[in-house]
Design a protein around this ligand. Structure first.
Ligand code: CP
Ligand code: NVA
Length: 310
């Protein structure tokens, strides 16, 4: 008989509202403990593999550091140094790595690679960003919003820009915690339809709204959080010219903030391109919580690792 499959975290949809609120609660105590450099043992003796097909500053480092701070051992695996770069199938790589490691954090081009790894590795797989979602980003972002605004339920998040991986996970996360979300995206760059359908279902249950519009001003009006992401994601470099044209008018700037509620906070998953999706004065301005948001990815990584290993 085959062993039951361990629990992976490939999408925000893999977490229930209750589990998400438990993770946010746990981050409240983990943050000061990790900042005080307290010796933690949640991952004692666990080997955490980080298989990355794309570059990363924050996700890679936060997962490596979180693993070590929780008493585990990180193993970084650059995909171009693995035999998969010479054609070894994903399922073979997954079966072998699963025999050595206790968790695999994967950053991949195609979401289906993560699904295949979860299917064959026999260990939990954590999505460290795919073309479809960036769930661990959003777990820590929700924590940042709760920390700075004191609540989540009833707030309104305006996402302005590309309806890609980060926007998809935000739609699922916001709707799970009862936070309204309006995504303003140019035609052709709207969120994944299945994600939107699930987010609408979550929103009906939690009593909030999710909307997709094509006017950034409409999204910004009275919002409590203004969030943006890059216009050209990793793997989309060939579309740069077309995208820069399509996203003109979707910049988060001082005009955007005039429309938002006066104590609105500005967020960006980073890396940021000043002068494109966000202006320098806004990312460096007093409403920006971007740097706290970046730090909080460390505690998000820690709770995500705890979620799949407990
Ligand atoms: N926000 C984020 O995922 O950043 P990195 O690409 O640096 O990991
Ligand atoms: N949408 C961006 C997020 C980077 C953290 C990308 O996929 O490149």
């Amino acid at each position: 008989m085959s062993e039951p499959k361990p629990r992976s975290l490939l999408s925000v949809s893999d977490i229930s509202a209750r589990e998400l609120s438990g993770m946010l609660e746990r981050m409240k105590s983990l943050k000061p403990a990790i900042r005080r450099r307290e010796p933690l043992t949640d991952l004692r003796g666990r080997m955490v593999g980080l298989l990355f097909e794309k570059p990363s500053t924050r996700t890679r480092t936060s997962f490596e550091v979180a693993t070590a701070r929780l008493g585990g051992f990180p193993v970084y695996l650059a995909s171009d140094e693995l035999q998969s770069s010479r054609g070894e199938p994903v399922k073979d790589t997954a079966r072998i790595l699963g025999g050595y490691l206790d968790v695999i954090v994967g950053r991949v081009y195609s979401h289906s690679t993560l699904v295949e790894m979860a299917e064959h590795s026999g260990v939990p797989v954590l999505n460290g960003l795919s073309d479809l979602e960036h769930p661990t980003q959003v777990i820590s972002d929700l924590f940042t919003i709760a920390e700075t605004k004191g609540k989540l339920r009833g707030l309104t998040l305006a996402f302005i820009g590309d309806g890609g991986n980060v926007c998809n996970s935000l739609l699922l996360g916001a709707s799970l915690v009862g936070m309204n979300m309006v995504a303003a995206c140019p035609p052709g760059y709207t969120p994944d339809e299945e994600v939107l359908r699930r987010a609408e279902e979550n929103a009906r249950r939690s009593g909030c709204t999710v909307r997709v519009v094509d006017d950034p001003k409409e999204a910004a009006v009275d919002s409590d959080v203004v969030y943006t992401d890059v216009w050209v994601s990793m793997g989309e470099e060939k579309e740069t010219k077309k995208r820069l044209r399509a996203f003109r008018g979707f910049q988060v700037n001082s005009e955007t903030l005039k429309l938002a509620s006066k104590d609105a906070v500005v967020m960006h998953c980073l890396p940021a391109h000043r002068g494109l999706e966000i202006t320098d004065d806004v990312i460096e301005g007093k409403q920006s919580v971007v740097w706290t948001q970046g730090e909080n990815k460390l505690y998000g990584a820690a709770v995500a690792l705890g979620f799949v290993t407990s």
